[in-house]
Design a protein around this ligand. Sequence first.
Ligand code: MHO
Length: 193
Amino acid sequence: ALNHDKTETATFGLGCFWGPEAQFGALAGVVRTRVGYAGGRKSDPTYHNLGDHTEVFQIEYNPAVLSYRELLSRVFENHRPNYQASKTQYQNIILLATPEQRETLNTFLSERGFAADAIGTRIERLLGFYPAEDYHQKHNLRTDPTLSDVFDDSGYDDETVRESPAAAKLNGYASGHDIPKDDHLQTALSRTV
Ligand code: MHO
């Protein structure tokens, strides 16, 4: 089994955060996922009082399995960089947490022939991340009674579900994304939660 303790974190916005949390959670190498609000200045935003923030998903991934560059490829497969949503809540945004991520993005964009200041996708430094309400975390899992009952009946609280590697995979599965039949799913599930 792989050591999933050495994870890195990446944060992106691609519209309503439910879908991409599930999709990226299904990827081999993604260990944990959570959704939240970022990119704005308002402190303590909530879903109904979002201010200038955007819905984002944050993933913890194992860089020995999945690279930031691969994540960027997935992000660009899943949005149109020449388009931007008018509503800040649903904008496409790449939130950079480290100089290495910025470097990787710059290389990626130049190889694709994109100029960072000529695309609609926002590219900003990650200044803060506010986790969304529990009912938004692993939304597809939560709305699947078979899956959510397993966690409820086992006594897992909301934070445990949010941070659970198994829940991240099952949330992807519940959304119809292929779960890789490999070591990573086994690892996630063998950790119980
Ligand atoms: N209100 C929309 C989007 C939710 S997403 C968390 C819906 O119910 O589908 O913004």
